[in-house]
Design a protein around this ligand. Sequence first.
Ligand code: URA
Length: 434
Amino acid sequence: MRMYDLIVKKRNGGAVSRDELEYMIGESTQDRIPDYQMSAMMMAIYFRGMTEEETLNLTMAMAHSGEILDLSGIRGIKVDKHSTGGVGDKTSLALIPMVSACGIPVAKMSGRGLGHTGGTIDKLESFPGFSTGISTEQFTRQVNRIGIAIMGQTKDLAPADKKIYALRDVTATVDNMSLIASSIMSKKLAAGADAIVLDVKTGSGAFMKKEEDAFALAEEMVRIGNGAGRRTRAVISDMDQPLGRAVGNALEVKEAIDTLQGNGPEDFVELCMTLGSQMLICGGAAGDEKQARSMLENVIADGSALRRLAEFVEAQGGDASAVWDPQLLPQAQETWQILSPAEGYVSHIACDEIGICSLILGGGRETKDSCIDLSVGFVLQKKTGDAVQKGDILAVMHGSDAQKMEQAQKRFLKAYQFSDHAPAKLPFIRGIIS
Ligand code: URA
């Protein structure tokens, strides 16, 4: 087989067979395909597309390019969750203790963030001492003991995807639906869970800005997951404004704790309930959504989800005191109120801009090696649809550097739009694909 012939085939609109895709991924993982040929192939796929069968075969080949995590030592049906990401997305922090407290074992691999705020691991590091540097054996033992563990992504998780994604990123071939779906799903399949629940975001703070694209991506990923023998469902949720009220690592941890105490913001609670229900159904703990919601409500009301978070933080070396006293989380030196320059209604919030403001304050990573300031960010007081008077507080900004705060404040104010009538309200959950 020759890579050249596969490129010609795809360039001419043909379908690449499973053997050919396995050859391509196998050779690429062994560094035997030059970057220019793989880039040419990605561009050919970008323009010609892939069939459902090709997409599944590419995903499987990439998933098997490294280690497939063996979770067979963990009792029960393991259900993983993945979000396509957005601003203020602290969902795992509240959701995984909730589903774990309902009896679903959570064995999750997570990453650090590149962009506006940190990833789940960065956020959890708001608890001093918390570490995800645990071995697979410790990971398995911990899930069997307390029902929940998170480890960092190993280098050997779908290495072919890592290499190919790096090329796509610099050759303008990221935004192809089949390539995105196979990239995300190859990592999820390699992470070993029996079932997968996907949270696909749509709106100005999401990877998929248009709702129809979010649905198409969700459908493609559900097809791949089910085709690979994993029960897979997807929720399409709004990311046209930040999720909840908090944006920034420790601030989001606090909001997750509030939620586990029954005091979460409406949209965030709804997302946790929707995703959690799908996880309980996929994991066989609930027969239908009504039963699942009632189980999730119970573990919040009786405090068991919050206790599960504390047990989990402690099991991974962290100081869980902040679960009981969130004042102990990293605190910024200053808080500034950002005041409304207009009266009327908030008609739109440029969600990705709020993410960039958090990055300016130091809450995210510009490069892989940047350090994150866990304490900084925003707590929004006004969201889309809210009525405002001139001078009302739109948000409280937490920061430690006046110059950065000035810059972030200016940009933050530009992200808000106002009108004299209330904007049409779209449902927060746009759909569920099962
Ligand atoms: N995230 C991924 O992991 N892969 C893509 O291709 C796009 C987003």
